[in-house]
Write a protein that binds this ligand. Sequence first.
Ligand SMILES: [Zn+2]
Length: 458
Amino acid sequence: MKNALRFSVIALSCGAVFSASASSTLFTNVDIFNGTKNKLYEDHYVLVENNLIKAISAKPIEAADALVINGEGKTLMPGLIEGHGHLLLNAGTLNDHENNRTIEELASRATVNANAVFQSGFTTWRDAGGLNTGLRKTIDSGMLEGPRLYTSGAFIGPTGSHADFSNLTTPNQHLNGPQTSMGRNNVSVNTDTVGEIKAAARQNFKQGNSQLKIMSSGGVASSFDPWQLNAMSAEEIGAAVEVADAYGSYVMSHAYSKKAILRNLDAGVKTIEHGFMFDGEINKKMKEKGAYITTNMTAFSPYLSQIEAINSNPASKRKAESATKAFKNYISNVKKYQPKWGFHTDCVGDVTSCIKQTDHTIYLAGKELGNFYTLKGMTSVNGEIVKLSGVMDPYPEGKLGVVEVGAYADLLVVDGNPLEDLSVLGANEKWFDAKERAPALDTIKVIMKDGKIYKNTL
Ligand SMILES: [Zn+2]
C-alpha cells in the first residue's frame, strides 16, 4: 500500500503531479546536459525519488513532500566518472610504494584522495589497479564521503612488466608472495604462467573487485620494461579474459603498442587503456568487438617531463621522449574515427598533485578533442564502461553517467555551461605551476550521489 501511494502518478495539463516520499528531491529551473547530447535542455524539471531519477520534464512537476532545489537557470548534469585512476597509488614512483610506504600509509591517504575527488564532482571512479574493496565498503556504509568505486584489485602482469613494483634485487614475487609489500597486500602481482594469471584473477574477484586490470605492454613510469614490450602472449591475455568471462565481467588492459592493442582486442579485452597507437585498423576492430579506449591526455602535455615518476628516473625520461614521437598521430586519429572514448587521468601521487593533474587533463582533453567529446567521456561513455562489469557490478540498480529516467541520481548542478567552458569543472591550462586549490570547486553548487545531497550552496 505504501509503495502504491509513493508511486502514484496523475498527469495534469500543467505537467505531472507525483505523490512523492520524503526522500524525494525536485530540481526546478535547470538546463540539463544529459551526458549524451551536445546541447542543453533549457528550463527543465528533474524529480529524484530515493536513489533514482524518477521524472524529467519541460513542464512543471509537482511533487508533494519533495525537497525543492531551485537551480536558478544553472546546468544540471551527471556526476563525473573517472575512467582510470589509482586512489591507492598516492606516493611517488612505483618503487617508492614498494619500499617506503606501509599499506597503512597508502590506505589512509587513499581515503583523503577519495574524498577530494568526490568534492571535485567525481561521483564514480573506476580504479585501474592497486585498490581492493575496503575503501568501497567504507564509503558505501556512509562513514566516508566519496565516489562509487569500481575496483580492479591487484594489477596482473609478468615479471619485469609495468605491474612489477619491486627492486632489481628482489626475488621474483610470484602471486601474493611474501617477498614484497605490493604482493602481500594484493596491490600488484607478478604472473608468469597461465595458471598464475588465472589464480590472480580469481583472487581479485574473490575480493569482490568488479573487473580485472592486466599490464599487457610496457610502460613509461615503470623500471624494467621498454614501452614497446608486448608483455603478455595471446594465450596469457586469453587466460585473464576467460576468468573475467566466468565471473560475467571484463578485462581492462594497459596497452601502448599497436601489436599489443590488436592482440588484446582479438582476445576479448573490452577496454584498451592508454592505446596511444590507436588508428583506423584498431578502430575497426574495436567496433567489431564492442570495445572502448580510455587515454590519459597528459601524455600530450608540454609539461609531461615534470612528472615525478618520469623525471626521477633517466630511463623513464628517455622512454617518455621516444614514446611521444611514436604517439604523434593519436589525437588526429581519435578526432577522425571518434571511438568510444573514456576520460582518464591516471594520477599517481598525493592529493594536491592529483587535483592539479585532473584539472589539467580536463583542459587538455577539451582543447584537443573538444568539450562535448570530453564531457561524454567523463559521463555517459565511462558510465557504459563501468557497467561492463556485469554480474560483478556493485551498483546494479541503474545507469551511471546520464540524466535519464531510471538512472542513478548522481547529479551535479554547475554554475555555467560546461559544453562551452570546462573550467566550471576545474579545467586548467596549467599543471605543476597551477595554484593549489581546495578540493571543493565553487562552481559546483550541488553534489548528489545515490539521491543523497552531499553539497548544496544554491
Ligand atoms: Zn594507470
